[in-house]
Each structure stands twice: as structure tokens, then as C-alpha cells.
Design a protein. Structure first.
Length: 381
């Protein structure tokens, strides 16, 4: 019923989807986009022309498919994906962009046959499901590659990943466009935008972080494959892209709050590098809650390189790590202040009571979502 783009990878999937969707929308298309997880409300998973749908839209679809879904014993994510497929059909979108939930090969979104498959940065995550090696994880992500469908891939020059990508694409007769991160060069930035030069043009991004440039390159290469190459249009689309919870900066009284749903070691490294670039080495207060299946020790150790104060907490999910386990992960050599609060609401309140101008909330989508809810922040408001 509509052409689509399919995006897998460890980090950067949601942002890459958002860049692609924005380019398609600013080129005159009606777009649908399926993202996960949501931060505050379920409707954030289904976007039409860049905005969440009204609740009635997905509830109506749910009611119509509920009997079949129960008979098939669908999981929560399978049901959400099915709602998205049908919602975008009813909305008569010109293009839909689908973010893989986890992995790729066995993901519920993998029934699509896209115009382009996109593979973002591959790193360690969900090892209990995807494997303990980068080659194994890459194999699961590459499960979205379809015969004859071009693949846009962020090539970080990691031999075992690059070899696996080339092998799968050759086997599937899928044209491979390997994006070299060094192909874009930095240009002077303004207060509002981070800019880079690529293939003779300059592009500006509203999102902080060096890694966002790489996500933008994936989107630009995808757009080229779809014949959307107008520099003015694609440039405007990148400048106007918005995605909540990715280094989202909110001013609240005397505090600058950064919400970033970095939920694995690679994402935390990118976040800390961005915090250092944006705020220097001032002692930032970091509110952190992490799921128990993550590399907690590495994530906490990385956060400690920028934090003067840590407020450890636990989001309301059975997958969350206990604050006691987070405490054990704090390096013995770190000389900052550790505070423990059992709820995210209590942790945010604690951070905002301190005389520390910058507060960063991170570690999980659950943590960021609960903090936003407590502070009355609606991601797309």
C-alpha cells in the first residue's frame, strides 16, 4: 500500500529515521513513522507528518484487530507494529519509515520489503538475544537485508562488521552504499546549529553531538537513492528535524536540563562527549537509571568522567537495575558525590534542589520518560 524505509542498528536508529522522514516530508510527501519505545505516551510510536497520532486513531485499529491478535497471542511490540502497518494504510501515506525494535532478523517490522534498508552504528547491546560478538550482532541486524534492495551502512571500519556486511549484501545481490564517517568535515557552528560539509554542500543540524552528523549522512545517502537530491530542500529538512529525548535541552528555572535516552555503553560514550563539548568540564549533576541487562559498570564509569554529582535511581519497570547495583558500579577512585533515590521523580527533585546549573537525565528511555512526566513535559508539545 505504500513504499517504506527500514532502519536497524544499535545506536542512532530513531534519529536516522527522523532525518529520513523529515527529508521525505519536506519534499512534499505525506509520511508515516514507527518508532520505539515511547517516552511519555503510546501515541509517540506512530507519527503522521512528524506528529503523534490522536489516541482514537490507533484505538480504532486495535479494536478491529484485537480478536485476531489474541488468537495469535501477539506480543506488545508485534501488536504495536501491526497497528502501525494498518494505520499508515488508512492514512494513505506516501512513504513510511520503520525503526526496528531489536535486532532485525526476527523483529516484527521485518515483514516489510523496503525501498532501502539502512544499518546505523553497530555496537554491543542485547547480548542475551543477539550474541556476544560484534559479528553475531551484525548478523542479526543484517537480517533486514532483502534480495535486490539497496543497503546504506555506516562503516566504522571495524573489520568483522565490514566483512559480514559485504558478505550478506553480496549473497542477497543488494547494492551496498558504505557511508564513511570521515567523508563529512566540520564547519564553524552557530549557537543553534552544528554544521558539516559533505559532497560540496553544507548542512546544519539542530541536534547536538558529533554522532548526529553520521546519522544525517545515512539519511542523505538514503534520500539520494530515492532521488531526493535538492540541496535546499534536504538542508531545510535536516535543520527542522526534531526528535525528543536525544540531547533535548530544557530550561527550568536556574537549571539547564538535558534529557538523553542513552541506554547502552556506546550511546553513553556519545552523550558524555557531547556534554563535554557543550558544557566544558563543569561538574554536571547526572540522574541515571539503567536496565539490568546493560553494561552497567561501563556506563556508570563513563558518566563519572563528566559528573560532579550522581543521583542514582530506578525507573518503574521490572527490567530496571537496583540502585544498590548501580552504587556498586561507581568507580572507587571517583571523588564525586553519590545520592540515591528510589524513584525517578524523587531523583529529579533532588537534582533540581542542588546548586548545580546543568542536570542530565539519562540511562534509559524509561528514566527519561518518567522524568519528563514528573516535570509535566510533553515531548512533542
Amino acid at each position: 500500500h505504500y513504499p517504506c524505509i527500514h532502519v536497524a542498528g544499535t545506536n542512532g536508529k530513531g534519529t536516522t529515521c527522523s532525518f529520513i522522514e523529515s527529508i521525505l516530508r519536506h519534499s512534499g510527501n505525506k509520511t508515516g513513522m514507527f518508532l520505539s519505545p515511547h517516552l511519555v505516551c503510546f501515541e509517540e510510536r506512530f507519527l503522521i507528518n512528524g506528529l503523534p497520532v490522536e489516541a482514537d486513531a490507533w484505538i480504532d485499529i486495535y479494536r478491529s484487530i484485537e480478536p485476531a491478535a489474541e488468537r495469535l497471542n501477539l506480543t506488545f511490540f508485534e501488536m504495536a507494529a501491526l497497528i502501525a502497518f494498518e494505520l499508515f494504510r488508512r492514512e494513505k501515506v506516501d512513504f513510511a519509515v520503520f525503526e526496528v525494535g531489536m535486532g532485525g532478523r526476527l523483529d516484527a517490522t521485518n515483514i516489510v520489503r523496503p525501498e532501502v534498508s539502512v544499518i546505523t552504528e553497530i555496537d554491543y547491546d542485547h547480548k542475551e538475544f543477539l550474541g556476544n560478538s560484534l559479528e553475531s550482532i551484525a548478523g542479526e541486524k543484517l537480517g533486514i537485508v532483502k534480495k535486490g534492495v539497496p543497503v546504506v551502512f555506516l562503516d566504522r571500519k571495524i573489520p568483522e562488521i565490514s566483512r559480514r556486511v559485504q558478505s550478506v549484501c553480496s549473497e542477497k545481490n543488494a547494492r551496498l552504499i558504505a557511508v564513511d564517517p570521515s567523508s563529512a568535515s566540520a564547519t564553524p557552528r552557530s549557537a543553534a546549529y552544528r554544521s558539516f560539509a559533505w559532497k560540496g554542500a553544507t548542512y546544519s543540524l539542530p541536534l547536538y553531538g558529533e554522532h548526529q552528523k553520521y546519522n544525517a549522512l545515512l539519511a542523505l545517502e538514503t534520500a539520494r537513492l530515492l532521488h531526493y537530491t535538492d540541496i535546499e530542500s534536504t538542508g531545510a529538512a535536516l535543520r527542522k528535524t526534531f526528535i525528543p529525548g536525544r540531547f533535548q535541552v530544557v530550561e527550568r528555572g536556574a537549571h539547564t536540563i538535558v534529557f538523553d535516552a542513552a541506554h547502552n555503553a556506546g550511546a553513553i560514550r556519545a552523550l558524555v562527549a557531547t556534554l563535554k563539548s557543550r558544557f566544558g568540564k563543569q561538574g554536571i549533576c547526572v540522574v541515571v537509571g539503567i536496565l539490568h541487562d546493560k553494561n552497567i559498570r561501563e556506563m556508570i564509569g563513563t558518566v563519572c568522567s563528566i559528573a560532579g554529582t550522581l543521583v542514582l535511581t530506578r525507573p518503574e519497570t521490572g527490567r530496571a537495575s537496583s540502585v544498590a547495583d548501580l552504587q556498586k558500579a561507581v568507580p572507587a577512585s571517583w571523588n564525586g558525590t553519590v545520592v540515591v533515590r528510589e524513584t525517578v521523580a524523587g531523583a529529579i527533585d533532588e537534582a533540581l534542589q542542588k546548586n548545580i546549573p546543568v542536570v542530565c537525565c539519562t540511562g534509559s528511555f524509561y528514566t527519561v520518560g518518567e522524568a519528563m512526566t514528573h516535570l509535566g513535559i510533553r515531548p512533542y508539545e
